[in-house]
Design a protein around this ligand. Structure first.
Ligand SMILES: CC(C)(COP(=O)(O)OP(=O)(O)OC[C@H]1O[C@@H](n2cnc3c(N)ncnc32)[C@H](O)[C@@H]1OP(=O)(O)O)[C@@H](O)C(=O)NCCC(=O)NCCS
Length: 114
């Protein structure tokens, strides 16, 4: 996990968790990122994701990072693409927030491919 701090306040965080509990998939991590609503749009998310990818490169067991982004979320897409993630598919209608059915876009970053 990495955090962004302003003064004595945590204003954002990004983390890597297991993508699957199955041992066969332990080479793959799934990323999460969150920035305090009042601090968005100032580059914190981009910085957190770049830092997270740098940290992942130092973990020998992790080779692939995955991200699931419920659409639409252009800010999240922007920070993942800036860190090197690429879209590889859409899971249709598999999410729901506040009564809205959501598609989820899948992104990956292969750490071994430079
Ligand atoms: C996604 C999130 C982490 C981004 O954090 P942030 O600090 O606002 O991100 P940044 O300011 O570093 O970058 C935002 C980027 O999105 C772009 N962006 C923002 N709104 C946009 C829009 N409507 N259309 C296109 N691009 C947009 C900005 O231009 C910026 O890109 P740039 O760096 O190339 O200029 C933040 O919005 C958040 O916490 N959202 C709620 C939680 C969430 O959605 N997490 C991700 C789940 S997959």
């Amino acid at each position: 996990m990495t955090v962004a701090v302003a003064g004595d306040e945590v204003v954002g965080w990004a983390s890597i968790g297991p993508w699957s509990p199955r041992g066969a998939y332990r080479r793959t991590g799934e990323v999460s990122v969150y920035v305090d609503r009042s601090r968005r749009g100032g580059g914190i998310g981009r910085g957190l994701m770049a830092d997270l990818v740098d940290r992942a490169r130092a973990i020998p067991e992790i080779h692939v990072l995955l991200a699931r982004i419920a659409r639409p979320n252009p800010a999240s897409v922007a920070i993942h693409e800036a860190a090197g993630f690429r879209s590889f598919g859409i899971q249709r209608r598999c999410g729901e927030k506040l009564g809205r059915i959501l598609d989820v876009e899948l992104f990956d970053l292969h750490l071994d491919e430079g």
